[in-house]
Design a protein around this ligand. Structure first.
Ligand code: SIN
Length: 320
């Protein structure tokens, strides 16, 4: 008798645990994600083994390093410099090439929703890289926004016509959700978002880094090997909030927020602005991989104490 009531208790506490997990579950562009905290491209994603570790640390999704058709060694060092409010990086898209990465992915079990990021110099290069990667991942992210790689990234992502063409050429050829990662280095990010949506994107990721530079006053020379780079970290968080807010207002497709999220409050702010999920990059480097559990647990308590679901929160700041 006693034994059976004890097991009833166990069952009901298991149900609570399941319900807890359910509270953080989300769906973006048809992808079901266990929680809305996603690893951004560029951190821990150069090998699938790194992505696996981040997935085990509690990320709901993980994004590969941006991959191109050919291996690329990147820019000369120094590649990263700490500045007020964050970091400047000019990695220069180093990667083993999409075919090599696909081989490596086949031997890895990644327990999170997997986004594969690709870049190219032309719609054709983007299309070929995305087609090679799509069968191995859950979603494709187009890097239309690296601010310091000549003829790649934001050189392309600031032209709405080119963005629409690239997205269009891929959307009709792959059967996985397609996300366009946008640059904030434009006069009006909504125009670029609209172009991606018109091309057939299933979602937007906003934002990538802001153009920046640091100069050494002793040597009187730029510090980064590439001279200029992309600013990430808390300094760009308000830019991310405004970009997500504007995109949410203008577009029908979901937005994944990114930019300077370090704390639970930063995460919630982007969701209130309109993000259905949030990418974490620099904070993985500054706080370590425990950041995924920390952010999820803050979000869970925030929702629980207000008896809200995650979907209640998305874009709530627009209600005023
Ligand atoms: C890099 O590899 O240079 C960073 C990628 C990016 O900013 O998109």
């Amino acid at each position: 008798m006693e034994k059976s009531s004890a097991s009833k208790k166990e069952i009901s506490s298991r149900e609570v645990v399941m319900a807890d997990h359910d509270r953080l579950k989300t769906e973006i562009a048809g992808l079901s994600i266990s929680n809305p905290v996603i690893l951004a491209s560029g951190v821990m994603g150069t090998t699938p083994g790194g992505l696996s570790r981040v997935a085990s640390a509690g990320a709901g999704g993980v994004t590969s390093k941006s991959l191109g058709l050919d291996p690329r060694s990147g820019h000369p060092s120094p590649n990263v410099v700490e500045v007020a409010g964050g970091y400047l990086n000019a990695m220069g898209l180093p990667n083993p090439g999409v075919e090599e990465y696909v081989q490596e992915l086949r031997g890895n079990d990644i327990e999170a929703t997997l986004f594969g990021s690709v870049y190219g110099q032309s719609p054709e290069e983007f299309r070929r890289a995305a087609k090679l990667l799509a069968p191995e991942v859950d979603g494709i992210e187009l890097n239309l926004s690296c601010p310091h790689a000549e003829k790649l990234g934001s050189a392309i992502g600031t032209d709405p016509r080119l963005v629409e063409n690239i997205v269009h050429s891929i959307a009709r050829e792959i059967d996985k959700p397609l996300f366009a990662k946008l640059t904030p280095n434009v006069a009006d990010i909504r125009k670029i978002g609209k172009a991606a949506e018109a091309g057939g994107a299933d979602g937007i990721v906003a934002i990538n880094t802001l153009k920046g530079m640091a100069i050494d006053v002793t040597t009187m020379r730029p510090i980064l090997g590439n001279k200029s780079g992309g600013l990430s970290g808390p300094a760009i968080h308000p830019v991310a909030v405004k970009s997500v807010y504007d995109l949410y207002e203008r577009l029908s497709i979901p937005v994944i927020g990114a930019g300077g999220v370090e704390t639970g409050e930063d995460l919630i702010e982007l969701i209130l602005a309109g993000a259905s999920a949030v990418q974490i990059g620099t904070a993985v480097a500054t706080k370590g991989m425990s950041v995924f559990k920390e952010l999820n647990s803050f979000l869970f308590d925030y929702l629980n104490s207000r008896e809200l679901s995650l979907s209640d929160l998305v874009g709530k700041a627009h209600e005023c």
